[in-house]
Write a protein that binds this ligand. Structure first.
Ligand code: HEM
Ligand code: NAG
Ligand code: NAG
Ligand code: NAG
Length: 511
């Protein structure tokens, strides 16, 4: 533990409002780093940091030794709750640059023309295990990008696979409970995972990624990223397109097979974090190209699947990838806690020109992220430097725990004849008419088996074989029942008949 760093951040906290420029640009106090001696959080010099103040040389310790109490109290509060998912992660900063003109699709200011650059911070993560867990486990990876645009932040909170396990966030807490360690043994167990997902054939497509050779990325640099959910682009004229986002690493995609993962992870629980940090430190800046797929909403009924279903991809032969820009990560973070632990992404954070879709998974995510962050970090988490926008911002949402925004106005209500701040100019949002009965139902075009079957059949025989072996291993968990194994065989048979037969044969069961 480094008390100097604690003092530094506490000082940052207190001095931050006074050091803000009038443009809203945020500066950190450089003086804290230059202080020649230790101080308390309130700035008094500390003349002895080695010994507690005692009665005589041997004690007892005096309650009035405030510096000691403060030092311990700060230490006692060093950790904040880890993220409920994606606890383990690494972040880095850089720029996003538009390379292609897509202004006919969206009026988003940061996408307005080729050459426009926007600062970004990115956090890569694993999903299921704890903050200190290894980075070599079979698990999806998070790929979250925060664009600090001139019209507010845009968070593209994605994963390294293009689809997701479920299509309705109502199921997310149960899904995470099944994937997380057993609450009794605290061990991740296949019987719990395969029991839960045996009720959810929509998860099959995601499993053709997770149990495929791409299930353990080599590191964070050699990973694709996908927005997964469908968003909406709106043009200045109000024309709407559904859009999906894809990041492609310029250094290619690389994954680890099981034996390689054991080798890499055996002595290093942080190999991917290390790889990212060392690459940037060495000037070997990771780069991704951003592509989009777009769809005219009038097209959606012509498909045999629901394009707003997050368990589906949009076939690239019908919806080709269109290049948009590039992202280069050229700066390591200065402080892990401030720029990783306290970093907060949220799919609800969009900018004018980009909107949500009716994708049910996205709609639940709109609530969940900011809610967990208010709990995990605190009510004013968006004021922290890494989370705050880099443009001017102003509203009457104020006070609350840890509010450190400098404010001196006397009118904190709206409307007011004294307050010069007005509403922003209206900009287009999707204008489609929403209509229907109240319902709690699964979407009509589930089509759970076609895309997973197609993906499986696209692989070479040895890749199929490794996929099957992983399923045999998972389905061999002694706590799984005959019924659950039969359900999985039936699911895989519906995706691809020979695949189901092969799994059944290896388990001595019938397909
Ligand atoms: C398309 C599916 C999803 C993707 C791609 C996704 C991706 C991510 C990523 C990348 C993070 C890490 C954020 C960070 O680094 O700060 C994250 C965190 C989280 N996700 Fe998701 N997620 C998905 C679905 C959901 C759903 C459906 C829910 C809930 C309804 C959910 C709830 C959360 C929560 C609560 C966190 C922790 C946020 C934090 O405190 O930082 N996710 N997710
Ligand atoms: C505290 O300990 C450091 C070395 O650990 C020493 O340099 C310093 O003089 C000590 N200060 C006092 C006031 O005893
Ligand atoms: C981008 O395309 C639009 C038409 O779609 C055009 O009006 C505009 O001039 C183009 N901008 C640049 C910088 O090429
Ligand atoms: C134990 C400890 O924290 N010692 C530090 C006390 O402060 C001096 C500077 O005044 C440091 O050099 C010591 O490392």
């Amino acid at each position: 533990m480094d008390p100097y760093k604690i003092c530094f951040w506490v000082l940052v906290f207190f001095f931050f409002p006074y050091l803000r420029g009038t443009t809203g640009e945020q500066l950190l106090p450089s003086s804290a780093n230059d202080s020649p001696f230790w101080t308390t959080n309130s700035g008094a010099p500390v003349w002895n940091n080695n010994s507690s103040m005692t009665v005589g040389t041997r004690g007892p310790i005096l309650l009035e030794h405030y510096h000691l109490l403060e030092k311990l109290a700060n230490f006692d509060r060093e950790r904040i709750p880890e993220r409920v998912v994606h606890a383990r992660g690494a972040s880095a900063k850089g720029i996003f640059e538009v390379t292609h003109n897509i202004s006919h699709l969206t009026f988003a200011n940061f996408l307005r023309a080729p050459g426009v650059q926007t600062p970004v911070i990115v956090r890569f993560s694993t999903v299921i295990h704890e903050r200190g867990s290894p980075e070599t486990l079979r698990d999806p990876r998070g790929f979250a990008v925060k664009f600090y645009t001139k019209e507010g932040n845009f968070d593209l909170v994605g994963n390294n696979f293009p689809v997701f396990f479920i299509r309705d966030g109502m199921k997310f807490p149960d899904m995470v409970h099944a994937l997380k360690p057993n609450p009794k043994s605290h061990i991740q167990e296949n019987w719990r995972i395969l029991d839960f997902f045996s009720h959810h054939p929509e998860s099959l497509h995601m499993f053709t990624f997770l149990f495929d050779d791409v299930g353990i990325p080599q590191d964070y640099r050699h990973m694709e990223g996908f927005g997964v959910n469908t968003y909406t682009f709106i043009s200045q004229a109000g024309k709407v397109h559904f859009v999906k986002f894809h990041w492609k690493p310029t250094c290619g995609v690389r994954s680890l097979l099981e034996d390689e993962a054991v080798k890499v992870g055996g002595s290093d629980h942080s190999h991917a974090t290390r790889d990212l940090y060392d690459s940037i430190a060495a000037g070997n800046y990771p780069e991704w190209k951003l592509f989009i797929q777009t769809m005219d909403p009038d097209h959606e009924d012509k498909l045999d699947f629901d394009p707003l279903d997050a368990t589906k991809i949009w076939p690239e032969d019908i919806f080709p990838l269109q290049p948009v820009g590039r992202m280069v990560l050229n700066k390591n973070i200065d402080n892990f806690f401030a720029e990783n632990e306290q970093l907060a992404f949220c799919p609800a954070i969009v900018v004018p020109g980009i909107y949500y879709s009716d994708d049910k998974l996205l709609q639940t995510r709109i609530f969940s992220y900011a809610d967990t962050q208010r709990y995990r970090i605190g009510a004013n988490y968006l004021q922290l430097p890494a989370n705050a926008p880099k443009c001017i911002y102003h509203n009457n949402h104020h006070d609350g725990a840890m509010n450190f925004m400098h404010r001196d106005e006397e009118v904190n209500y709206f409307p007011s004849r004294f307050d010069p701040v007005g509403e922003a100019k209206k900009y287009p949002i999707p204008s489609n008419v929403l209509m229907g009965r109240r319902e709690k139902r699964v979407i009509e075009k589930e089509n759970n088996f076609k895309q997973p079957g197609e993906r499986y059949r696209s692989w070479a025989p040895d890749r199929r074989e490794r996929f099957i072996s992983r399923w045999i291993e998972a389905l061999s968990d002694p706590r799984l029942t005959h019924e659950i194994r039969s359900i999985w065989i039936s699911y895989w048979s519906q995706a691809d008949k020979p695949l189901g037969q092969k799994i059944a044969k290896r388990l001595n069961m019938s397909a």
